[in-house]
Design a protein around this ligand. Structure first.
Ligand code: SAM
Length: 257
């Protein structure tokens, strides 16, 4: 066992019950193009590799790699990419064969990793991630809820988001300070995804939620005036948290009109 490094967000999963549930949720099949973010000591890697026969793992910590390689040798074909996942081009990695991305993510960069995956969503079949429970709750939140915000809207427009189960701190070594949860993200078919520029959409969503207590008319000042918001069938006096994800697409279209 290696010493966990805090600056790499290392919390190694050791409880077999939860590992089994994660592997069952992923249900790997031979031939799947599995890519794991942050294999660590291989807690998830080896059971997945056993079922899939081959997989790719992206690990930033060079110290963990020799042992991973050694232990994988008897199980299957493990390609290890030593890199920061944010620098990995999933579209290039896929070579036209969509990937299944999995990982017990380093929590210090969980949101950047989610947005990075969204950029490459055309190269991805599905994603299964362990994250802070609070982040999973925000991802899956419905309009009207206090925690519904940027992450909920951006992810739900592109993916079907399913919170699967909670994992307590004691399942990890060392235990994190918070509860964790496993989430499944399935990219929506292309025809159901927003047909607007992702950067503009994000600009609207970001502005709308920047000050949650402001009305849309005020929050979007400089981007859209009240009549343009009303022309979308949306009350300029409404607050961002009451809008459905699709409403933000309408607002973005109005912006570009
Ligand atoms: N999968 C292992 C498990 O479940 O026991 C380890 C999970 S641990 C929460 C996160 C892993 O991500 C660590 O192995 C850490 O070194 C790795 N990691 C941290 N930052 C990373 C980055 N930017 N790119 C790739 N891997 C990273």
């Amino acid at each position: 066992m290696s010493r966990a490094k805090k600056h790499f967000g290392q919390h190694f999963l050791h409880e077999h019950g939860y590992l089994d549930r994660i592997v069952a949720a992923i249900a790997p099949q031979p031939g799947d193009r599995l890519v794991e973010i942050g294999p660590g000591e291989g807690a998830m890697t080896f059971p997945l590799l056993k079922r899939a026969g081959r997989m790719t793992a992206i690990e930033l910590d060079t110290d963990l790699i020799p042992r991973l390689r050694e232990r994988a040798a008897d199980i299957g074909e493990l390609e290890i990419i030593q890199a920061d996942v944010l620098s990995v081009d999933f579209t290039a990695l896929a070579e036209g064969h969509p990937l299944r991305i999995v990982g017990n993510l380093p929590y210090y960069i969980s949101s950047p990793i989610l947005f990075h995956c969204l950029k490459h969503v055309d190269a991805i079949t599905d994603m299964h991630f362990m994250l802070q429970k609070e982040v999973v709750d925000r991802m899956a939140a419905a309009p009207g809820s206090k925690i519904y915000g940027r992450l909920s809207v951006m992810l739900q427009l592109v993916c079907e988001v399913t919170a699967l189960f909670t994992v307590p701190p004691g399942a990890f070594r060392p235990p994190p300070k918070v509860d964790s949860a496993v989430v499944r993200l399935r990219p929506r078919p292309l025809a159901q995804r927003p047909d607007v520029d992702a950067n503009r959409l994000y600009a609207v969503v970001r502005a709308a939620f920047a000050q949650r207590r402001k009305t849309l008319g005020n929050a979007l000042k400089g981007l859209l005036d009240a009549p343009s918001i009303a022309a979308c069938g949306i009350d300029p006096k409404a607050r961002a948290e009451t809008l459905a994800p699709a409403d933000f697409v309408l607002l973005t279209r109005a912006l570009t009109a």
